[in-house]
Ligand binder design. Structure first.
Ligand code: BDR
Ligand code: CA
Length: 319
């Protein structure tokens, strides 16, 4: 089997950055056709810049980075500087990117790519609010049946909320977009907080990044140094949760993860539970299953894959 073609849709974010690095370090399994940025953890002007910084860190100035939507479909943008810092990538000192932002709008890049590539050959990997994906589906409905699968980070069931008591950040920021995506009929794999809170960068795992003794290893260690303080304080956990890298790790080795094919609906009306992923984990309704909802991972296998792949960057021969 050749490399899977993907578009990464992202709002970097330290954990988004690690997810992108993992994908770029794995050309045998993943071909990144382009990266689309969306407003989320920080405003769009920063997420698109951060995506360019990360590509450059990986030595992949050949990857096109496109700016997508600056605001959710119907609501005011909510950001998460309290988690990711003012720039979204606080922690390491990384140079200003030399890579230019592509002129095309991120939504048009998604549409054009899906229309040009053979049907069912391109997967979408959203790591932030689903605004770009839903906007593309609304603007050009013919793309929807052409998407191979969507593997996304978002939602929660047992862990419930991280931005409100009921909702996970990516879904909460644009619940209307999430509703469109979850109702699209496309094969969806969901990495909710239930699994990402088990992908914790312990001191030992962070030391393994540092011991790579490469610019990428040092940057990832410094990103997690910064990122962990929030979750350690809030949850008393052993380290930073690597939410978004679960998406790219799944593409490389799905056997690391386990879950259930279930129905997931998105709450868009209630003030109290806005953005909640109402996941029928126990299959108590007869609503049709629309998502493979991941609940667990082999954390040691995940971190050994991640550390090993990060150690390959920058890749020789591609830049
Ligand atoms: C998600 O929200 C962001 O803070 C992270 O990058 C991740 O995508 C976790 O709730
Ligand atoms: Ca993210």
């Amino acid at each position: 089997m050749g490399a899977q073609k993907i578009i990464i849709d992202t709002d970097p974010g330290q954990d988004d950055a690690v997810a992108i690095l993992l994908a770029l370090a794995s050309p045998d399994e993943i071909e990144v056709l382009g990266i689309t940025a969306v407003a989320g953890n920080v405003p769009l002007s920063l997420t698109e810049k951060n995506a360019r910084i990360v590509c450059e860190l990986a030595g992949r100035s050949d990857i096109g980075v496109y700016a997508g939507c600056a605001h959710p479909l119907k609501r005011k943008l909510v950001t998460a500087e309290h988690v990711h810092g003012k720039t979204g990538l606080d922690g390491p000192k990384l140079p200003e990117p030399k890579i230019k932002l592509q002129e095309k709008h991120g939504v048009d890049f998604i549409i054009d790519t899906l229309m040009q590539e053979p049907a069912n050959s391109v997967s979408l990997c959203p790591l932030g609010p689903l605004t770009n994906i839903a906007t593309a589906m609304l603007k050009e409905p013919r793309i929807t049946p052409r998407i191979k699968q969507i593997v996304l980070m978002g939602g929660a069931y047992f862990e419930v909320g991280n931005i409100t008591p009921a909702a996970e950040f990516n879904i909460f920021v644009d619940p209307d977009a999430a509703k469109i995506v979850f109702a699209s009929g496309i094969e969806i794999v969901v990495m909710p907080l239930d699994v990402t809170h088990k992908a914790l960068v312990t001191t030992q795992r962070n030391e393994a990044f540092r011991q790579l003794k490469t610019p990428v290893g040092a940057a990832v260690a410094e990103m997690t140094d910064f990122f962990e303080r929030f979750d350690k304080e809030k949850y008393g956990s052993a380290g930073a949760p690597l939410h978004d890298p679960c998406v790219t790790a799944y593409l490389i080795d799905p056997t690391i993860f386990s879950g259930r094919k279930i129905n997931v609906e998105i709450e868009t009306e209630s003030e109290l539970t806005l953005g909640m992923t109402v996941a029928d984990w126990w299959r108590v309704t007869d609503r049709e299953a629309n998502a493979f909802f991941i609940g667990n991972l082999d954390a040691n296998k995940f971190f050994s894959l991640l550390t090993n792949r990060l150690g390959r960057l920058p890749l020789n021969g591609i830049s």
